[in-house]
Design a protein around this ligand. Structure first.
Ligand SMILES: C[S@@+](CC[C@H](N)C(=O)[O-])C[C@H]1O[C@@H](n2cnc3c(N)ncnc32)[C@H](O)[C@@H]1O
Length: 206
């Protein structure tokens, strides 16, 4: 990982993704989780403040260690146990049927083999467990989607592997998970190229 992705990009992420509208969406997504939680791509730990105090344990993985001091101080403030590991989502280091919820926010855009990662999510979810996702991706508006395709290579560089044009719901279905709820909306204050949102729930149905 180069200097830009290790040191500059995480600070940009903090600056953009800690804004009010991002916080509002994070809180809404996480308000009802309980039990044992796994978060994919924890980044700088921006979701930590939005989990209910009553969760049993939070596990998180990320192949990068972004702003580790900030992540450590956010983890220390949590009122529940937090266990973060440096790992990729494509091979999750957990036993089958371990988690009540898996959470993914603004991460399926970046995981290189996102379908493989989602197959792993299906494996580690309990039979009644749920994937909660809040992701940006491909627009339904063809005029926007064309530009997402054109600018994807640029975004890949400036976003350290981020893709603008992934059809998130299709990837989730391809993995064998079943989407039970999906909201599509354009995020306020974010250019549509990167603000076409997919928010919802999927189940494993073992
Ligand atoms: C845009 S950031 C989002 C961070 C965080 N989820 C949030 O909501 O603020 C994307 C994250 O995906 C992580 N990532 C990249 N490749 C990954 C992989 N193979 N498995 C899991 N996470 C990955 C990156 O390191 C980064 O932390």
């Amino acid at each position: 990982m180069g200097f830009y992705c290790e040191h500059i990009f995480p600070r940009l992420m903090e600056w953009v993704m800690a804004r009010e509208e991002f916080c509002r969406l994070r809180s809404g997504l996480l308000a009802s989780v309980h039990g044992e939680i796994l978060e994919l791509g924890v980044g700088t730990g921006l979701n930590l403040a939005h989990y209910p105090h009553t969760i049993a344990e939070l596990h998180g993985i990320d192949p990068a260690s972004l702003l580790p001091k900030i992540v450590a101080s956010r983890s220390a403030r949590a009122s529940f146990p937090v266990y973060f590991q440096k790992h990729t989502a494509e091979t999750l280091p957990y036993i089958d049927r371990r988690f009540d919820y898996v959470v993914s926010t603004w991460t399926l855009c970046t995981i290189p083999d996102a379908v493989r990662a989602l197959q792993e999510v299906r494996r580690v979810l309990k039979p009644e467990g749920r994937l909660l996702f809040l992701e940006h991706g491909r627009s339904n508006d063809q005029k926007i989607a064309v530009w997402q395709d054109r600018l994807n290579a640029v975004q890949n560089v400036i976003g350290c592997g981020c893709n603008l044009n992934r059809q998130i719901d299709r990837m989730i279905s391809q993995s064998g998970l079943t989407i039970t709820h999906l909201d599509r909306f354009s995020m306020q204050g974010v250019p549509r190229l990167a603000g076409e949102m997919y928010q919802g729930t999927a189940v494993a149905q073992h």
